[in-house]
Design a protein around this ligand. Sequence first.
Ligand SMILES: Cc1cc2nc3c(=O)[nH]c(=O)nc-3n(C[C@H](O)[C@H](O)[C@H](O)COP(=O)(O)OP(=O)(O)OC[C@H]3O[C@@H](n4cnc5c(N)ncnc54)[C@H](O)[C@@H]3O)c2cc1C
Length: 345
Amino acid sequence: VAERPLVFLELVAGEPTRGSLGLLGRAREVFGTVAAVVFGPHARTIGGGLGGFGADTVYTFDENPLGREGAAMDLAWTHVDAVAHLVEEHGFRTVLFEGSSVASDIAGALSARLEAGVNWALSDISLNGEAVVGIRPSANEALRAGGGRVRVGWVGPRHLGVFETDAFAPRRSAARSHVIDLSPVVGPTGSGESRRAVRVVSGTTGDDPASRALGSADVIVAGGRGMRDASVLRTLEELAELLGGAVGVSMPIVDRGWYPYEHQIGSATPSVRPRIYIACGISGSVQHRIGMQQSQFVVAINIDRDAPIMSFADVGVLGDLHQLLPQLIELLRRHDGAREPEPTD
Ligand SMILES: Cc1cc2nc3c(=O)[nH]c(=O)nc-3n(C[C@H](O)[C@H](O)[C@H](O)COP(=O)(O)OP(=O)(O)OC[C@H]3O[C@@H](n4cnc5c(N)ncnc54)[C@H](O)[C@@H]3O)c2cc1C
């Protein structure tokens, strides 16, 4: 056996990803033996079960730097320190990752730190004698277009390999894993030696209610420069809530700081596809239209019959939004009230 590789086991919402479990199995098949490294508050528990997927040794780090001080706001510096420690002190020469943004961060930083080569987008790995060989798409544009693949090796003693996402299905193994907790050795976030060449400027938690709501909304109530001030957005929110929908805005509203960017609709943001799009005081510029033209039914409320949106809306309501919206809300409330079930006793 040439060596024992180390597989970075990635967790999402506390669970190992299918692809990194699959990678463990494939590495065991090729190398005969494989170790894993896991980070997170339940790393030891998870590590104990990894024998069943092929790992004979699992190094765990109970510290979860990505989960502290603002989830996902930090880069994986502790991971870099910890994996570098395993390479330098425990003699691993080959570290394998399932492709992900975290894996890219760690592999990129480790490559610089350890002067190790990285091969990306691997679809498989094998041994040619003692040499580790990967397979990945050709860098040659013409070959790549036809699905061309190349066999790649590593120059130098340390190998970093980042695989395609979900390249291998997990397979069960009868191996038992030996779990070694290394948390105290590497220490908490920031105490390591990582040289920080990049930084996070800002972030969202990933379940940002605005983008999620807009992407899946059946109804979007959108406001534009026709709103006289920011307080009108509360009216839009009220209407959206009554209709079980979400609020969108045109770009000038975000530029004025009236509403967050995540609610902007147009060419600069992912397209929305609601069943009903109610545009209030929005002229319908090309840039706005690009983001909402896949709506099934468009209602435009505008004081200008010649506004571009009036030409492509399914229904154009000529009128002042400040008068119409409160009336519409009032109507809906009455309608909802009328539908309230009668008390049973
Ligand atoms: C590179 C680039 C990218 C852009 N990307 C985007 C983008 O992603 N999204 C985006 O929205 N814009 C984008 N824009 C800006 C875009 O060109 C328009 O300027 C913008 O969409 C106009 O916003 P609006 O319709 O709210 O304002 P306006 O064009 O000023 O329209 C306001 C409308 O409100 C009506 N109105 C006024 N008072 C009332 C009232 N009391 N009741 C009812 N109606 C009333 C008016 O008649 C008018 O039609 C981009 C521009 C550039 C150059």
